[in-house]
Ligand binder design. Structure first.
Ligand code: FE2
Length: 396
């Protein structure tokens, strides 16, 4: 640690505007008002252990649970929280559970990007008028804590968006779940949390499908384009991808969408599509106010990150490109943290290795300082690092 780096856990937590780049938005004029993330719902092969990993390594806290002890015979569900980020991890208990078939095909992954919607019926009526597939009609679920109204729309692959209005509900998550606290005891020096919010969730779709899904989010959900990376921006010697970003009105919900581009070898998006057996969630970016401290703790807990080549930090163009950032470049280099700058400011970011056995879903950590971007300037350095690992797996 240098004097310029505050000790772990002591950096003041910024507002959501600084943390994730929120903007003003008039929801009354929005045909599909979405105010934020409700939860990221996972299906995994062993929810009991994945929930433990998210607590022990990523510092999340258990808030609620469902399973055989609460009358749910089919599966277990663990609701975990860090700041405003809520993950719901589900896994089959009954050998005939449909969750097992999903997990067998896709591996562990995110099945539902649930969104906070103050008027579920209005959203569904609009979505249907724009041609969206409604998987579950608007309905109420109630218990002694009140009523939750929700509905579910189909998205790319088998990914879904459940729209949730919990304004009339005070329970720990949803009817069927009971409050449950972690039995995991954090280390004495652990900070209150390692990340504060979900910044963005990236979807991988098939070649030629990116524009279709960008159009879907614009038309059905009233999202707007934020940024666009096409062709050479993120091409490397071996492979390339195309990426466009859509966001909801207040920019709390940001969806970069990737499709493979033709390269000399198979792209990382192709590898994902093969091992996930179709489109799905590629990575989840977690916003932190102290990426250096968070990375130090995650490494201590055994979380692995993509290697960044030393040449990335030695490149004289890097220093010219990034200008002054809050810590010396050597501190970033020691941790493999990437830095990017645009006209609004800069961001620090790093990517974890895949979380599961298949080379599919992973986490990014991001610390924003004004930049509303996604690390475009780092894409090439990052993809070259990913490709070295892809090659080591024999999939390049
Ligand atoms: Fe990202």
């Amino acid at each position: 640690m240098t004097t310029e780096t505050a000790p772990v856990g002591t950096r003041e937590e910024p507002s959501d505007t600084q943390l994730i780049g929120l903007v003003e938005h008039d929801a009354a004029r929005d045909p599909f008002p979405v105010t934020g993330w409700d939860a990221l719902v996972w299906v995994v092969g062993n929810a009991t252990q994945f929930a433990h990993y998210l607590q022990s390594a990523f510092g999340m806290r258990l808030e609620a649970y469902c399973g055989p002890e609460t009358g749910v015979r089919d599966h277990k569900g663990f609701v975990l929280r860090s700041g405003s980020a809520r993950f719901v991890v589900t896994g089959a208990v009954d050998p005939d559970s449909p969750l097992l078939a999903h997990q067998a095909r896709h591996g562990d992954g995110v099945v539902d990007i649930a969104l906070e919607a103050p008027d579920v019926d209005r959203c569904v009526a609009w979505a249907r008028s724009q041609g969206a597939r409604v998987l579950v009609e608007p309905h109420d679920d109630a218990d002694e804590f009140g009523t939750v109204r929700s509905a579910t729309l189909a998205a790319y692959g088998e990914t879904r968006h459940t729209l949730v209005d919990r304004s009339r509900y005070s329970g720990p998550y949803l009817p069927g779940y009971v409050a449950r606290e972690s039995t995991f005891v954090p280390r004495p020096d652990a900070p209150r949390r390692l990340f504060q919010a979900v910044d963005h969730v990236v979807g991988n779709v098939e070649l030629g499908q990116m524009d279709r899904w960008v159009d879907y989010y614009r038309r059905v959900m009233g999202f707007t384009n934020m940024a666009e990376f096409v062709g050479d921006d993120i091409a490397t010697n071996y492979s390339a991808l195309m990426s466009k970003v859509v966001a909801n009105g207040n920019h709390r919900v940001k969806f970069p969408l990737n499709e493979p581009a033709l390269g000399r070898k198979r792209s990382q998006i192709d590898e994902y599509l093969e091992f996930y057996r179709g489109p799905g969630v590629q990575h989840i970016a977690l916003a932190t106010a102290d990426i250096l401290g968070t990375v130090d703790i995650l490494r201590r807990e055994g979380v692995e990150f993509l290697d960044t080549p030393d040449a990335y930090y030695a490149d004289p163009e890097l220093r010219a490109r990034i200008g002054h950032v809050r810590v010396p470049v050597e501190e970033l280099h020691a941790r493999g943290i990437l830095v990017d700058r645009d006209e609004d400011g800069y961001l620090l970011q790093i990517f974890c290795r895949p979380l599961t056995d298949r080379p599919t879903v992973f986490f990014e950590l991001i610390e924003r300082h004004g930049s509303l971007g996604f690390g475009k300037g780092n894409f090439k350095a990052l993809f070259e690092a990913i490709e070295r690992e892809q090659e080591a797996r024999g999939n390049l």
